[in-house]
Design a protein around this ligand. Sequence first.
Ligand code: NAD
Length: 411
Amino acid sequence: MCSFSEIRERLESLKKHISITDTEISFLTTPKKVISFEVEYDKDNGKKEVLNAYRVQYNTVLGPAKGGIRFHEDVSEEETTALAFWMTLKCALTGVPFGGGKGGVKVNPKVLSDNETERISRAYIKGLHSEIGPWKDIPAPDVYTTPRIMAWMMDEYEKIIGRHSPGVITGKPLSLGGSKGRDVATAQGGVYVMLGLLKRLGLGKGNVTVAIQGFGNAGMNAARILSEKGVKIIGVSDSKGGVFNKEGLSADELALYKKKHGSFEGYPDGKNITNEELLGVKADVLIPAAMGNAITKQNADKVNAKIILELANGPVSREAEVILERKGITVVPDILANSGGVIVSHYEWVQNNTGLYWEEEEVMRKLERQITKALDETYIVMKEKKVDMRTAAYLVAIEKILAAARLRGII
Ligand code: NAD
């Protein structure tokens, strides 16, 4: 995971490309509000436990704060703040009228019973309810939080405020106001960006090959959608290892096998490989879709793809990025590549606040248009300023945030 000092360093480096003052850098590197609180809940054994919890409302010049809630042992104030910063950029880049936020509870979600998870989810909202709301701060799922958890959180919020308010949280189950298409939105958005970029680079013709690290919501759905479009998936992996077949793998069969056996070990239609070997697979596109910092200075040299599409948040470290650039590999930054999730979260909020619900086809049509516009804006800046794609995406996003801040008279 990228540290906050890396973010500061990256923003400082933008001075080479745009005129940005120290006051503006300081505005961009200062979170608006950091809430650190304790969540107390009853364990199943009758004992009470107190957990550290956070919510960061990073920047709200473009709209209410927006970002997921993570349940993980590594959750910290610094990590939550860095993720909230990226949400701010992601919303600005893609034209989502929200600011950036993020939240989390420091807990090992794997040891919790369903009842304990529910009590933590409700306690988190009890501690935070006065700080959130459809026009203030709108949470969503993130690592190890699910639509089920969003339902508990929304229910707790509505009980406290005494009226319906589905727009307070996104990523809800369909029957409680979730949006059609939200479950596949991150992967689908990434696919629109990938195919759009290949076309612009003149690489879209013939057999495109892809390797994917991580086979959860983002990775598995990307494999499925790409297979349907005739793209050849030649390698995949999850936390336990991977599988390779240069003739192509079936996304549906991989999903069935993983569901039945819990991993890809022994998968009959390919050769088992390690996660490190997956990163070195010769493919047109490598998609890291697991955790942050998957590609570091230790393994970047082995990457053998032309393009890296960051479906995960922060999968390429800053040092790795320098090595990849030297190798001529284009990195499609997370704030663009995985923005389909927040774009459709915004559609969910719009549907909740209007009471009119859309079919999946309409959601996908809108998503394709919106994410392709963000790709175009990034691509133009990349070419004009002769910068890498991440720098271009940052420049597009930051110009929009600073313009709004200036009009508000904040800077
Ligand atoms: P998930 O929990 O559904 O899946 C994660 C997958 O990664 C699992 O298959 C797991 O086995 C695998 N994994 C974990 N550690 C690994 C390792 N060391 N090597 C290889 N694989 C490993 O999570 P998800 O929702 O698919 O999210 C994946 C990434 O995408 C995260 O970084 C998340 O922040 C990012 N993301 C997800 C969404 C979304 O809507 N789901 C939106 C934006 C960003």
